[in-house]
Write a protein that binds this ligand. Structure first.
Ligand code: RIB
Ligand code: CA
Length: 323
């Protein structure tokens, strides 16, 4: 039985690879994809998701627009990392598949009400506004969520948008505080893990060797996406953050971490958005999140490359049949 998931995302080149990995994996049943405002505004992320679905040959996927602003304050975006479109590095045609009329927050609530309790996993790849709003609007859905697997936060790695905060949490710390206080089982993929899955040249070349239009798009995204972090960290390649959320669902054995208390700083201007992680268990506060700290990076890239290659092959076959 495929695992039912909802993906909430702010594409973003790394989000795109995560969505493609999910759509390439028969173990997962993507019930819907909800656009979040984050890397770029909602007006672009909802389009980007549909471009990615059409690239994957999946115009059937239900795509919803979520909230355009965080719970509190103004939206902070990251065009400096992802480019003006959010998917700079490759040009894809404007999508023809529809955007659903239903608001993404209501889709999350309705799906959790209609599906058997404890069977739907929420995968968040961007700011937590939509999930936070859904939990605030209908608190009883918390007991119906199987687990939340989220890319966000950091501890020993510090922050990336400020010295203290990782971008997804920083954009909407109030929503993050609702999610981390919900009691739903949480698996965190923080910077401590994602900074270990770098887009090294060998890994990018393995994706390039898939060949065809599909891999050209992916390599274009990776080449564009990594330039900011390579310049910032002096690393060989950039951290491919979001696909770690999907890879965990497919191969949890790639990851190791510790159940910890994680609280969100929402007040201090200096440290807002910080995920205060009690790794050493000194606070006595409830352990509300599995904080992943280590990953088999080669195993991660082997899985990602194998799955997107299979998807590319199916796409090439479909195009050949169509001509
Ligand atoms: O801090 C990295 C996260 O912020 C990733 O999800 C990236 O896509 C951006 O949303
Ligand atoms: Ca993202």
């Amino acid at each position: 039985m495929a695992e039912k998931i909802i993906i909430d995302t702010d594409p973003g080149q790394d989000d795109a690879l995560a969505i493609l990995l999910a759509l390439a994996s028969p173990e997962l049943d993507v019930l819907g994809i909800v656009a979040a405002a984050g890397n770029v505004p909602l007006s672009l992320t909802n389009v980007n998701i549909r471009k990615i679905c059409e690239l994957a040959g999946r115009p059937d996927i239900k795509v919803f627009a979520g909230c355009s602003q965080p719970m509190d304050g103004a939206l902070v975006t990251a065009e400096h990392v992802h480019g003006a479109t959010g998917l700079d590095g490759a040009d894809l045609p404007e999508p023809t598949m529809p955007l659903q009329d239903q608001h993404g927050v209501d889709f999350i609530i309705e799906t959790l009400r209609n599906e058997q309790a404890g069977t739907v996993t929420i995968c968040t790849l961007g700011p937590l506004t939509n999930l936070g709003k859904a939990l605030a609007k209908e608190p009883e859905i918390a007991g119906r969520i199987r687990q939340i697997v989220l890319m966000g936060g950091g501890c020993f790695e510090g922050g990336n948008i400020t010295p203290a905060a990782e971008f997804n949490i920083y954009v909407d710390p109030q929503a993050a505080a609702v999610v981390f206080g919900s009691g739903v089982p949480i698996v965190m993929m923080p910077l401590d893990v994602t900074h270990k899955t770098l887009t090294t040249r060998a890994r990018v070349e393995a994706i390039r060797r898939i060949g065809g239009h599909f891999s050209e798009v992916l390599v274009g995204w990776l080449d564009y996406f990594e330039r900011f972090d390579v310049a910032k960290y002096g690393s060989e390649g950039g951290p491919l953050h979001d696909p770690n959320v999907i890879a965990y669902l497919l191969k949890p054995e790639l990851y190791s971490g510790r159940l910890c208390n994680v609280e969100i700083e929402t007040e201090s201007e200096l440290t807002k958005g910080m995920t205060v992680t009690d790794w050493w268990g000194v606070s006595g506060r409830p352990k509300n999140a599995m904080f992943m700290r280590d990953v088999d990076a080669d195993g991660f890239y082997a899985l990602l490359t194998e799955r997107v290659a299979a998807l590319a092959g199916r796409q090439a076959g479909a195009r050949a049949e169509a001509t």
